[in-house]
Design a protein around this ligand. Structure first.
Ligand SMILES: Nc1ncnc2c1ncn2[C@@H]1O[C@H](COP(=O)(O)OP(=O)(O)OP(=O)(O)O)[C@@H](O)[C@H]1O
Length: 229
């Protein structure tokens, strides 16, 4: 589903590579944690997968497409297959919960009848039924993240990318968010999540890829956050 072939990325004006000779293959339906200290290259890995940046060297294949060869006009279509969730939720503050989720479908031209049917279904899936008419600032952080996940998932993307989705949440709330991401993964969506959350990674026992100075230094199928001693 996602393949990095000898990928290096050096940002403009930088002498040090943010990623160096990265080779990673992520299969359809996998759940992968991306870990590593601050600056190790996790966000760069995710941004390259979304083609927010181009590689300096090497190739990235997403769903069989070589991102280097993708013309700019096809990028929006490619990104529709990838849902994104961030630490800071990024909801539209002047829209209700239901409108935030519906908006993701409106912008890609889905018919009104489809939107009316799908939005309540996905809000129920994320545990927000009954809260569809609230504004984002009337929700807890965990609830706001559920809205963001509903919005990312409402189009049933093949891949869900999550950059520190529990970074602003307390441990109990984080567990709930992880259960939700796990449930989404079980529907067949490939999930790639960058995180510093030790206890979440240790509890979930999923594949762990560790980056250090832009290199992959560990790739374990049922890993923990740190090295096992
Ligand atoms: N837009 C940019 N321009 C120049 N350098 C950048 C840019 N984005 C990231 N970098 C550099 O690339 C390296 C990797 O950064 P990246 O954001 O990928 O790390 P990270 O592992 O996601 O860190 P964090 O855990 O703090 O989010 C760092 O040295 C960073 O300073």
């Amino acid at each position: 589903m996602i393949r990095f072939e000898n990928v290096s990325k050096t940002y403009e004006g930088q002498s040090k590579a943010a990623l160096l000779n990265v080779n990673v293959e992520i299969e359809k339906g996998e759940f992968v944690f991306l870990v590593g200290t601050s600056g190790s290259g996790k966000s760069t890995f995710l941004r390259l997968t979304l083609r927010e940046h181009r590689t300096s060297k090497g190739h990235i294949m997403v769903a069989g497409k070589d991102l280097n060869r993708l013309p700019n006009w096809r990028i929006p279509q490619m990104r529709r297959q990838i849902g994104t969730v961030f630490q800071d939720f990024r909801l539209l503050p002047n829209k209700t919960v239901a409108e935030n989720v519906a908006f993701a479908l409106q912008v890609i031209g889905k018919p009104r009848a489809h939107i009316r049917k799908t939005v309540p279904e996905v809000l129920e899936l994320v545990g927000l039924d009954g809260k569809e008419d609230r504004m984002p600032d009337e929700l807890s952080g965990g609830e706001q993240q559920r809205v963001a996940i509903a919005r990312a998932f409402v189009n049933r993307p093949m891949i869900l990318i999550a950059d520190e989705p529990t970074g602003n949440l307390d441990p109990g709330t984080s567990v709930g968010i992880m259960k939700l991401l796990d449930r989404i993964n079980r529907t067949g969506t490939t999930v790639v999540m960058a995180t510093h959350d030790v206890s979440i990674v240790d509890q979930m026992r999923k594949r762990v890829i560790e980056l250090e100075n832009g290199h992959v230094v560990r790739d374990e199928s049922r890993g923990v956050y740190g090295y096992q001693h």
